[in-house]
Design a binder for this molecule. Structure first.
Ligand code: B12
Length: 220
């Protein structure tokens, strides 16, 4: 992706230009730009928006417009990158309403052809295991942005064990406070620090491997 295209994507998301997003996504796809490269800019842009929201430089409506923009930007790419047949169930744990990062992950996995059942945010813990069973999921993904709700991730894993699905369904976790150390300690099969790394993680989990992919410096 050249500098002009980078700026176009970044500006569209950071400034919440929802109406331009799908057209820009289409033009990038037509120009042969890989979805992973688009995804990297989307992560940069959303990290910027998240930071400015925290610093009170922008308000919630602008944050929401940015979110809609990145979702629409990915629409032309959905299912285009490869024909992956895996089924992934994804959600944010109960008592946590942060879903921007989860939505980016869902969007990127859909781009890569995975069938994703998005449970949303503030999801009761039993629903993770119920839906994984009901959909025949290969992978169950759960995220949280709150340190207070990190223990819920371990509870989901316990519920998976109790439901007898541990040998059939891989468990991956993510969200800003999650680390490789935490993921390994609770016994999760995988962790990824951003949405692009989650695409790599899911590919590894589908092969039966475990993987813990922390984001590198400057890419969170
Ligand atoms: C935006 C935001 C909000 C928005 C959320 C809007 C929405 N729809 O998501 C609103 C205003 C609603 C909000 C509310 C609150 N927030 Co808030 N919020 C943020 C903020 C500024 C940005 C988060 C974000 O979207 N980042 C951008 C995304 C792209 O990054 P990400 O989520 O990390 O996701 C990436 C990776 O982690 C990974 N990933 C994410 N999920 C998953 C899942 C899996 C399975 C995998 C593999 C990977 C993965 O991929 C993603 C994409 O690359 C952060 C501060 C910050 N800068 O991080 C605080 C922050 C998370 N919030 C915080 C708090 C405390 C709250 C509130 C409790 C505040 C309050 N007192 O009311 C409430 C929460 C209420 C609740 N019950 O949930 C704290 C959490 C502190 C802590 N450690 O627990 C933070 C860190 C701010 C702070 N420094 O204090 N918040």
């Amino acid at each position: 992706m050249n500098e002009e295209q980078y700026k176009m994507v970044y500006d569209c998301v950071v400034n919440g230009k929802v109406n331009d997003a799908t057209r820009i996504g289409e033009s990038l796809k037509a120009a042969g730009i890989d979805s992973k490269d688009v995804g990297k800019v989307l992560i940069d842009a959303m990290n910027n928006v998240g930071h400015r929201y925290r610093e009170r430089e922008i308000a919630l409506p602008q944050l929401i417009l940015a979110t809609h923009s990145f979702k629409k930007m990915l629409v032309p790419y959905v299912g285009s990158s490869s024909d992956n047949s895996g089924v992934v169930v994804m959600g944010v744990v109960q008592n946590d309403i942060h879903d921007i990062g989860k939505n980016l992950v869902v969007g990127m996995l859909q781009v890569y052809g995975y069938k994703v059942h998005d449970l949303g945010k503030d999801v009761p813990l039993d629903k993770f295991t119920e839906q994984a069973k009901a959909t025949g999921a290969n992978i169950l993904g759960a995220g949280t942005l709150l340190t207070a709700t990190m223990p819920e991730l371990e509870t989901i894993l316990e519920k998976m064990k109790a439901a007898g699905m541990r040998d059939k369904v891989k468990f991956m976790i993510g969200g800003a406070p999650i680390t490789t150390t935490f993921a390994k300690r609770i016994g999760a099969d995988g962790y990824a620090g951003d949405a692009i790394l989650t695409v790599e993680l899911v590919a590894q989990l589908m092969k039966g491997n475990q993987a813990y992919l922390a984001a590198s410096e400057g890419r969170s």
